[in-house]
Design a protein around this ligand. Sequence first.
Ligand code: PLP
Length: 348
Amino acid sequence: MKPIDLRSDTVTRPTTAMRAAMAQAEVGDDVFGDDPTINRLQETAASMFGMDAGLFFPSGTQSNLAALMAHCQRGEEVIVGQSAHTYKYEGGGAAVLGSIQPQPLTNKPDGTLDLAEVEAAIKPDDSHFAITRLIALENTIGGKVLSRAYMADAIALARRRGLSIHLDGARIFNASVKLGMPVKDLCAGFDSVSVCLSKGLGTPAGTVLVAKAPIIEKAKRARKMLGGTMRQVGIIGAAGLYALEHHIERLADDHANAKRLGSGLERLGLVVDPVQTNMVFAAFPKEVCGPLQEHLAAEGILAFIDPRSRFVTHLDVDSAAIDRFVETVYAFLAKNTKARPAVLTQAG
Ligand SMILES: *Cc1c(COP(=O)(O)O)cnc(C)c1O
């Protein structure tokens, strides 16, 4: 049976058609700006987002870091969520390599930052303080969508206070598909947006940063310094172009499968957060976590089972895979939990 991997949407393998596009890619030395495929990818992405230019990166971490370094000088500050990837999951790169001071604020349960708190965190012009330069948001964040109205308010605040504003849009197309709003409208007003091609879009690697021209110029310097400028990189870029053409609308399938997974677990009596995009968060009793995860692995299902588990849907899981996962969890719980939840009997 085909293995099922629900650990992340980064686990996808390029499809046959994507591999064909990669094999046929025209390439050149991108350090000289000679790679026609990567140039086309950067232009295509920039135009989808209504931005001046795009710049390809090997990873989203490097794209975010280069963007932050483009916005902030040493000793300047970014206001960012405690749960944001740029703050929490990038090895402290902004501080370590960019000498940028993060000012983290607690994300609200819906993933937003309280804009009054953001404004209160902006430092006065006083030599005691770092110079606040940037606000960084993330959409989707933990699978949750930030609305256009919220982002527009954040952009207006940045403008009013003379700050720049960056969006970590690793999964921005999930937000766009969920809201039924093109990314050009959804992201209008940001100075830069980092867009992962290797998450739900299903490429083997790569992120494109789209931004205003002066930011791209600075990010290009940072990319070189960080070792991210590559040569015949159109081979990977071709996968990105293919994904932008063929893998955006289908994100709706991932969202439907995530809902199916969520309601399946709910029927087993588990507490599941409302599902918005391609992530499902569910609570499992602590004592079953280890054994259930092992049982699933033995059945060819890879998933992290924790008291608060995250399951992610993607290109390589279909509704039949979701059903097999839920049935396998059911069978395990029915056999191994003494206090049989009422719902289990109902479901059985
Ligand atoms: C995955 C991800 C990134 C970038 O990750 P890489 O693994 O470096 O490509 C950035 N932000 C968010 C929100 C992500 O999920």
